[in-house]
Design a protein around this ligand. Structure first.
Ligand SMILES: [Zn+2]
Ligand SMILES: [Zn+2]
Length: 310
């Protein structure tokens, strides 16, 4: 009897399923990075929204962080990639659930917990650290990944593998793109957006009537100084710290917060009027916010004492 070949890699498949074990593993691995990528996108978006909100509210004193994106489209970082992953994952989760005769266990405690573990973020402990809550798409992806054998058996398993890996690649691009070009905030002369590639030390304003040269180090220093007084949730701080060039790991950040080595300065509340910082908890979903300057100061102190902040 002729060997049955894997639809993806064309190696013989002993158990005769559509995908071989190793391609099945690749599929599950791709599914399991979805929670982390979606969290990264949520954080990227929150950061952009915060800056946009500050601008439209006319609080000119708040200088932009060097992570700001500008122009049409950038405020919708990852929109297309998000739609693609959402469609693919929910369609397949529905199909699998139907075949297994179950409901996808979205929001069941075990699945939420498992999904959180795949975010590469510290788990929630007794102090209920604020996190972006896990959504249905990332849960469905993790649930699918628990079913390698039934997925391998699908006649359309190859299509699933390609759909998922494509969608994951696109998500990755959406997350990475804002980091490739650095957004340095508005030109001090004309207000046009300044953008530079990594590794450059000078940037020339691209406005045709301006063309002013700026030293990137001094723009960064100004942005950092202005940002120090701003308040961020722990989830946002991870990205913001990277943007200002501070090497403080997420785990360290959560540990400092848990041990009250950094004190929360308020709460981030969101309602139909938008997002704002309040001095007390308004509703249950509100997350505590920390001052960037507090975190940077603690990191400097730890470093001086020979400790590692990473
Ligand atoms: Zn294979
Ligand atoms: Zn300019």
């Amino acid at each position: 009897m002729a060997d049955i070949l894997c639809a993806e890699c064309e190696r013989p498949v002993k158990d005769g399923l559509t995908l071989c074990v190793s391609c099945g593993d690749s599929l599950c691995e791709a599914l399991l990075v979805v929670p982390e990528l979606l969290l990264d996108i949520a954080i990227t978006r929150a950061r952009l929204d915060r800056v946009r909100g500050a601008r439209t509210a006319g609080r000119a004193a708040e200088a932009a962080l060097p992570v700001r994106a500008a122009g049409r489209g950038t405020l919708m970082v990852g929109d297309e990639a998000l739609a693609a992953i959402g469609n693919t994952v929910t369609t397949w989760a529905r199909a699998l659930a139907e075949d297994l005769g179950v409901n996808p266990p979205i929001n069941d405690a075990w699945l939420v917990r498992l999904t959180e573990q795949h975010r590469d973020a510290p788990p929630r402990d007794g102090t209920t650290l604020p996190l972006v809550s896990v959504g249905a798409v990332e849960q469905a992806a993790v649930w699918l990944a628990q079913h390698r054998e039934p997925l391998r058996a699908y006649e359309a398993a190859l299509e699933l593998l390609r759909d998922i890996t494509n969608a994951v690649d696109r998500l990755r691009c959406a997350v990475d793109r804002p980091r490739e070009l650095r957004y340095l905030g508005p030109c001090s002369e004309c207000g046009a957006e300044l953008r530079a590639e990594r590794g450059e030390s000078w940037v020339r304003c691209r406005a045709r009537t301006c063309r002013t040269q700026h030293e990137i180090a001094s723009i960064e220093a100004d942005a950092r100084a202005a940002a120090e007084d701003r308040l961020y949730t722990l989830a946002e701080l991870g990205g913001v710290l990277t943007a200002v060039g501070a090497r403080i790991g997420r785990a360290t950040l959560y540990r400092w917060a848990g041990a009250r080595r950094i004190e929360p300065r308020g709460w981030q509340h969101e309602d139909e009027y938008g997002q704002r910082i309040t001095d007390h908890q308004v509703s249950e979903g509100d997350r505590q916010v920390y001052r960037l300057g507090d975190v940077l100061l603690l990191a400097t102190r730890d470093e001086k004492q020979g400790g590692s902040a990473a």
